[in-house]
Design a protein around this ligand. Structure first.
Ligand code: DP6
Length: 318
């Protein structure tokens, strides 16, 4: 009987963003990223060996080209011609800028290796996940993670217990699939945005102070650096040809509300990825006030709350 691997992983939210790739086909990030794994949001993945590769996400068949390099690398590691049937489900909106590819490929990396009977350590798993999606290299680990520029794998800086009172309020501004994938958008930024070089230069200066602020659990410093990181990333995106803009009117409204909250002494530090959703870093005692103010803006805005979570895990049956 063939082995069935049942895996679970949470998305990785970058506080300091990866945006752009090193040249070549190995999916190496051009900028370093510092991230937190979002406990409370899960991708659940079932993997079994099959006659051909197939992947469904929330019941929808996925383009095999997106997975080919990843599966080929697994076959190479296993030294035999294996094929994988993958069924994945997200318990949060897919492809709407909630880093679903990070949890997706992290779950896939642990699931496929287990189904193939391979024993890989967490560094190797992180490197494998990176081939699918660079942010997935971080999702392999729980807590707080670092993926250096040009690195093959991420590493954990701190476990989830480093900062248990940290919360991430995710404001769902839209449930629509984003107009352009992060992969295509970052390539368009690299090739057409005159600000891409400036992005690369400025990004490297944010990492070290952010790592230090994380060590000290200093939300004000970390939050200001996180804001600079996403704002500069989106500035480079906006300067692409044609211009790329993920923000919706409600995105801007939530960003402005965070500014007002901070003026009133409430630590609400927003960050955005390749999508319209706004993720607000805050501390647990401030959560009710932040929730109240966002709901007052628009009662239709749904808010998910995450806290530092655990890395990818897997069990096998059969
Ligand atoms: C804005 O990891 O999805 O979320 O490596 O091409 O799959 P690929 O890109 P992906 O990009 C994530 C970009 C980001 C920032 C981040 O998570 O660091």
């Amino acid at each position: 009987m063939s082995i069935e691997a049942l895996c679970c992983a949470s998305p990785s939210l970058a506080l300091i963003k990866y945006w752009g790739k090193k040249s070549g086909r190995r999916n190496l990030p051009a900028t370093a990223s510092l991230a937190v794994t979002l406990g409370g949001l899960y991708t659940r993945t079932r993997v079994i060996l099959d006659r051909q590769d197939s992947v469904t996400l929330d019941g929808v068949v996925q383009d095999p080209a997106r997975f080919k390099q990843f599966f080929d690398r697994l076959r190479q590691k296993a030294g035999r011609s294996l094929h994988f049937r993958v069924e994945s489900k997200n318990d949060f909106p897919t492809s709407a800028g909630l880093a679903s590819s990070s949890s997706g490929f992290a779950a896939l990396a642990v699931g496929c290796t287990r189904a193939a009977g391979l024993e890989l350590d967490s560094r190797e798993l992180s490197g494998l996940a990176r081939l699918g999606s660079a942010s997935a290299a971080r999702s392999l680990f729980g807590g707080f993670t670092l993926l250096q520029a040009g690195a093959r794998e991420a590493r954990q800086l701190y476990g989830s217990n480093h900062w248990p009172e940290l919360r991430i309020a995710i404001v769902l501004v839209s449930r629509e699939v984003k107009p352009i994938s992060s992969r295509r958008a970052m390539e368009a930024t690299r090739t057409t945005s005159p600000y891409y070089r400036a992005w690369l230069r400025s990004a490297s200066g944010l990492l070290e102070p952010a790592v230090e602020a994380l060590r000290l659990r200093d939300l004000n410093v970390l939050g200001s650096l996180a804001r600079l990181s996403y704002a500069r990333m989106h500035a480079a995106l906006l300067a692409s040809d044609p211009p790329l803009l993920y923000w919706l009117p409600a995105t801007v409204a939530v960003i402005r509300e965070c500014g007002l909250l901070r003026e009133q002494g409430i630590g609400a530090w927003e960050t955005l990825d390749a999508g319209p959703q706004v993720k607000i870093l805050c501390l647990e005692p401030d959560l009710p006030r932040i929730r109240e103010r966002i709901t007052a803006l628009d009662p239709e805005l749904k808010i998910l709350v995450a806290s530092p979570g655990e890395g990818a895990n897997c069990r096998v049956r059969g």
